[in-house]
Design a protein around this ligand. Structure first.
Ligand code: ARG
Length: 574
C-alpha cells in the first residue's frame, strides 16, 4: 500500500510524464488538493508551461495525460478549462488506503528523507519580569512547531534564550540587597520588584551609581554578585516552570541557554569579526555594517557588537548564539520564534553571521515572526488598569471559564472535571493562537475561543469525544474490517482522512500550524456531515456498520494525533 502524501505522489508521476514531453524541469508542488466537486486533485502545470513551449496549455495537458501512469490510484485524468489536469481517486484505491491507515500510528504520514538538526529558540522570556502575552505566543507557537518538526523526522533541539544578563541586573541586585526579602518565594511579584528597582534607579542618584558599579562586578565574575544574580534567576525560572507546567509545555531547565550562557564567548566574537575585517569602530563602539541595511536617511545601519563602555548587548549575544550552535553543536538549522518587531534584528544578525562564516551554505537560519495579541478593542492587550496581562492570571482564568462550559456535567467526578476544564481552557488558548496565520495580530476573545461551534479546539474536542463514545457503545472488534465507500458522505470523509499527511507536511515545512488547524476543522465538519447522513450504530447491509465504525475511529485518531501535534489534549469525555 502506498503511504505518504498523495499530492506529492501525483506530482512525482506528472513530472515523470513531463520528461517525455519537454526537457524543462518544473518546480515541485504541482498538484494540489481541490475542493471542486468531483475533482480530488488538480494540476496547473500546463498553464505555466504554455508560453515557454509556445503551445496551447490544453495541448500540453493532453500530451502529459497521454504519458501519465496513475492507473493504480486514480481514474484517467480529465483535461479541464484552460488546461488543468483533474484527478479523481479510484474508489477501490481509496477504500484500500483508508483501511490500511487504521493500522498505522502515523496515519500515513512519512518521515522526511532529509532530516535536519534544528535548534529552535522559543519562549525566551526575560528574567525578573513576569511572562506576558507576547511570551505566551512565542511559547505556544514554538512548541507546536517543534512538535511538527519532530514528527516529520527532524532532530529538534529546543533552547530557551532567557533574558538573564545585562545592565538591568545591576539595579535588580542592588534592590535585592536593599530589600533583603527572605524565604524561598520571597519575590512573589516579579513585575512589582522590577518596577520598584526601576523607579529607584530613575530618581535616586546614589542607587543608580551603585547599580552601574554592580553591573561591572557582575560582568567581571565577582562571586558574591553572581550569587545574588543566581537567586534572581532561580526565582524567575521557578515562575516560568509553573507557567510551562500549566500550559503543558515540556521546556525544562536543561533547555535553558540564557544570554548569560554566551557571555564567555563574546570576546571571541569580537576577535573573529576583527580578524575577518568586518568590525569597525564607530563612535567608540565596535560595529559591523552588514550589506544592504540602511536607515531612513539611507545611511548604513550598524549592528553594535560592543558598546562604547565595553559592555556587550543583545546583538552580540545573538551572534555568539549562532556561532555556538553551528560550530559547537553542529546544527544545520536555526529557528527563532520571536515577535515580528525583531525581524530586522535577526536579518542583520544572520547577514553578519553569513559574512563571518558562522552560517555557511549548508545552514539555514530563519526568524519565525508573529503578530501582537490584541484586546477586543483592537489595541495591544492590557488589563483594565492598563497594565500588561499576567500570564499566570490569564491561564487560571482560562481554566475557570472552561469549567463554566462543563458546569452542568454532574456525571463527571470532581477530578475528571478539573482535568477536562484544564484540557478545554488551555486548549482554547493554544488553538486560538495557532489557528490564525501567525504573522497577523490576533484578537484575544474568551467568547470566541470557547465557542462550541466554529474553528475552535472545544469544537474538535467535543467531536472527538462524541466519536469515542459511539465507538465505546459499539464495543466491536474491528480486526479485519474494511472500509467500503457507498455514500458520497463516506467518500468525502475518506478523502479528508487520507489528506492528513499533506496537512502535516504543509504545516511543518512552512512553520504554519494554522494549516493543520484548518485541516482538522475541515475534517471534523466533513465527519459531522457523514454522521448526519450515514447511520453508524444502526447501519444496515453487510459490512456497512464495520466500515462506518472504522471511518469514525480513524477520524478520532486523526483529531487526536493532529491536536497532539499542536500540544492540545483530547479528553475522552467532555
Ligand atoms: N528575551 C527576548 C525578548 O523578550 C526574546 C529573545 C529571543 N531570542 C533571541 N535569541 N534573541 O524580547
Amino acid at each position: 500500500m502506498l503511504f505518504g502524501d498523495v499530492s506529492e505522489e501525483l506530482s512525482r508521476r506528472v513530472v515523470e510524464a513531463l520528461r517525455h514531453v519537454t526537457d524543462i524541469e518544473p518546480a515541485a508542488a504541482l498538484v494540489r488538493a481541490s475542493s471542486r466537486s468531483g475533482v480530488d486533485y488538480q494540476c496547473d502545470l500546463a498553464m505555466s508551461l504554455g508560453k515557454r513551449l509556445g503551445k496551447a496549455p490544453r495541448e500540453i495537458a493532453a500530451a502529459i495525460a497521454a504519458r501519465l501512469d496513475v492507473a493504480d490510484l486514480a481514474e484517467p485524468p480529465e483535461i479541464a478549462g484552460p488546461g488543468f489536469l483533474n484527478f479523481t481517486l479510484r474508489e477501490s484505491w481509496l477504500e484500500d488506503r483508508t483501511t490500511a491507515l487504521d493500522g498505522d500510528p502515523r496515519l500515513g504520514a512519512a518521515t522526511t528523507p532529509r532530516p535536519r538538526r534544528i535548534a529552535i529558540d522559543y519562549s525566551s522570556p526575560n528574567v525578573a519580569k513576569e511572562m506576558h502575552v507576547g511570551n505566551l505566543r512565542a511559547t505556544i507557537i514554538g512548541d507546536a512547531i517543534a512538535r511538527l518538526l519532530r514528527f516529520s523526522g527532524h532532530e529538534v533541539v529546543p533552547h530557551n534564550h532567557l533574558g538573564d544578563w545585562g545592565t538591568p541586573f545591576g539595579m535588580l541586585i542592588e534592590h535585592l540587597l536593599d530589600e533583603r526579602p527572605s524565604g524561598p518565594h520571597a519575590i512573589s511579584d516579579l513585575n512589582g520588584f522590577y518596577q520598584a528597582a526601576r523607579a529607584k534607579f530613575d530618581t535616586d542618584e546614589d542607587f543608580a551609581t551603585r547599580s552601574r558599579e554592580r553591573v561591572v562586578r557582575l560582568q567581571s565574575g565577582d562571586e558574591a554578585t553572581l550569587t545574588l544574580w543566581r537567586r534572581l534567576v532561580d526565582e524567575s525560572t521557578r515562575h516560568f516552570a509553573q507557567v510551562y507546567d500549566l500550559l503543558g509545555i515540556d521546556l525544562s531547565s536543561d533547555d535553558v541557554y540564557g544570554e548569560s550562557f554566551y557571555n564567555p564567548f563574546l570576546a571571541a566574537v569580537v576577535d573573529d569579526l576583527t580578524a575577518a575585517g568586518l568590525a569597525e569602530i564607530s563612535d567608540g563602539a565596535v560595529c559591523v555594517f552588514p550589506d544592504g541595511f540602511r536607515n531612513r536617511e539611507g545611511e548604513p545601519l550598524p549592528l553594535i557588537v560592543r558598546k562604547r563602555d565595553g559592555g556587550y548587548g543583545y546583538a552580540a549575544t545573538d551572534l555568539a548564539t549562532v556561532r555556538y550552535w553551528t560550530e559547537e553543536r553542529g546544527v544545520t538549522d536555526l529557528l527563532y520564534v520571536v515577535g515580528a518587531p525583531q525581524a530586522q534584528h535577526f536579518a542583520m544578525v544572520f547577514a553578519v553571521c553569513r559574512a563571518a562564516g558562522w552560517l555557511r551554505e549548508e545552514h539555514r537560519a530563519e526568524h519565525i515572526g508573529f503578530g501582537t495579541v490584541l484586546g477586543e478593542d483592537g489595541r495591544a492587550m492590557k488589563t483594565r488598569s492598563g497594565e500588561s496581562v499576567r500570564l499566570s492570571d490569564l491561564l487560571t482564568e482560562a481554566v475557570s471559564q472552561a469549567a463554566a462550559v462543563i458546569e452542568g456535567r454532574g456525571d463527571l467526578s470532581p477530578e475528571v472535571r478539573e482535568e477536562v476544564a484544564r484540557a478545554i481552557g488551555i486548549g482554547a488558548i493554544k488553538y486560538a493562537d495557532l489557528s490564525g496565520d501567525r504573522e497577523r495580530d490576533y484578537v484575544f476573545s474568551w467568547e470566541r475561543m470557547l465557542s462550541k461551534n466554529g474553528n475552535t479546539s472545544v469544537y474538535l474536542q467535543y467531536a472527538n469525544a462524541r466519536i469515542r463514545s459511539v465507538l465505546a457503545k459499539a464495543d466491536q472488534d474491528l480486526t479485519g474490517a474494511r472500509v467500503r465507500l457507498g455514500h458520497p458522505a463516506e467518500r468525502a470523509l475518506a478523502l479528508a482522512l487520507i489528506r492528513f499527511p499533506e496537512a502535516v507536511g504543509a504545516a511543518a515545512s512552512g512553520h504554519h500550524p494554522h494549516k493543520l488547524c484548518a485541516y482538522l476543522y475541515e475534517t471534523a465538519v466533513v465527519f459531522s456531515r457523514f454522521y448526519e447522513q450515514c447511520p453508524v450504530l444502526d447501519a444496515e447491509g453487510p459490512g456497512v456498520r464495520d466500515s462506518r465504525l472504522l471511518l469514525a475511529g480513524l477520524t478520532s485518531k486523526t483529531l487526536t494525533l493532529g491536536l497532539s501535534l499542536l500540544g492540545i489534549p483530547s479528553p475522552d469525555r467532555l
